[in-house]
Design a protein around this ligand. Structure first.
Ligand SMILES: Cc1cc2nc3c(=O)[nH]c(=O)nc-3n(C[C@H](O)[C@H](O)[C@H](O)COP(=O)(O)OP(=O)(O)OC[C@H]3O[C@@H](n4cnc5c(N)ncnc54)[C@H](O)[C@@H]3O)c2cc1C
Length: 293
């Protein structure tokens, strides 16, 4: 299929881009990696009058680890973030999660900020943003604003971005001490969107007992779902009893039936994946406890 006709703009500066987006308002879509937008155009599920391509905005290429955060500019591809050594040291979860996103050829073009703005509830990165309360930085001719964590996601394929706005970066907080993360998902084929997935985070106290635990689920509801796992607090990290936490998480989830799986199957799967992820996250947190800073 071919896309409907659209005007194409490739601004050379940030001011030019923001002016264009301001003038075009709801008639325009930002084009980043095109890995979600181009299929939607080709299937004629969206028909913007104009595309604003951000390919020339070099300022958006920044990928830095500063002030306790991994800051990822809107031109940074999944693949570049996945392979960045500083980001991996500061937050290993990023690489672990990105390796589950599609295939390398798609990660070579798709951007991490684009994935967050696209707000697909089956996608991995929105769950990371929600779990870690990462920040999305947004610019327009009116100035800069920052949207926190779960507030980024308003519905399936619906983010907090408004017409005329450009998402410029996402900031992930670095991993705190005594903390382990783990991601688990089940997809029919490697590289496909997951039927269900979960990212678990466990933080320990000095005695290797759970100080806090939570998880974010993807593919099991209209939004990334963050669930606090209070049943684990106080438990020894080397002998977690996860049944109550898993049951509470299953109760909190609200998946839909669709052609790929029933809601009941997704809820069950989410619990199985959570149990696995919690075990691995606790091991990572204990390892962190044993290694002097
Ligand atoms: C075959 C296939 C399999 C895939 N599998 C997965 C998967 O398993 N997991 C997964 O998470 N993703 C998957 N994806 C999607 C992929 O990760 C996309 O790259 C990503 O979702 C969107 O990033 P993009 O840079 O390509 O954005 P684009 O496609 O360019 O844009 C997507 C949307 O976000 C908006 N947008 C993008 N950047 C900005 C910005 N800076 N400011 C304002 N608006 C912006 C666009 O206007 C558009 O509405 C898959 C894609 C394909 C084609």
């Amino acid at each position: 299929m071919k896309p409907p006709a659209f005007a194409y703009h490739a601004p050379r500066s940030m001011d030019e881009a923001l002016d264009l987006l301001d003038q075009l308002g709801g008639d325009a879509k930002v084009l980043a990696g095109g890995q979600s937008l181009v299929p939607l155009l080709n299937m004629r599920l969206v028909a913007p009058a104009a595309l604003v391509d951000i390919r020339h905005l070099a300022a958006l290429d920044e990928l830095t680890v500063t002030d306790g955060a991994v800051q990822v500019g809107a031109r940074v591809t999944h693949r570049r973030l996945e392979q960045d050594a500083d980001a991996a040291a500061a937050l290993p979860l990023l690489g672990d999660t990105l390796r589950l996103v599609a295939h390398p050829v798609i990660r070579n073009r798709g951007t991490s900020v684009g994935s967050v703005v696209h707000a697909d509830p089956a996608a991995e990165l929105p769950a990371v943003v929600a779990l870690l309360d990462a920040e999305l930085e947004i610019r327009s001719t009116a100035g800069t604003r920052t949207v926190a964590g779960t507030d980024v996601f308003e519905g399936p394929l619906e983010s907090a971005l408004r017409p005329g706005e450009l998402a410029t970066a996402v900031r992930f907080p670095v991993r705190p001490p005594r903390t382990g993360d783990a991601v688990e998902e089940l997809a029919r084929r490697h590289g496909d969107y997951a039927l269900a997935g979960v990212i678990a985070r466990v933080t320990l106290d000095d005695d290797a007992r759970v100080a806090s635990a939570r998880a974010a689920f993807f593919g099991v509801g209209p939004l990334p779902a963050v669930v606090a796992l209070d049943a684990l607090v106080g438990q020894p990290a080397d002998a977690l009893a996860t049944d109550d936490a898993v049951a509470a998480a299953r109760d909190a989830l609200d998946p839909d039936d669709d052609i790929h799986a029933t809601a009941a199957y997704r809820r069950h799967l989410a619990g199985v994946l959570l149990e696995r992820a919690l075990g691995r996250a606790a091991v990572h947190a204990r390892t962190d406890l044993e290694v002097p800073a």
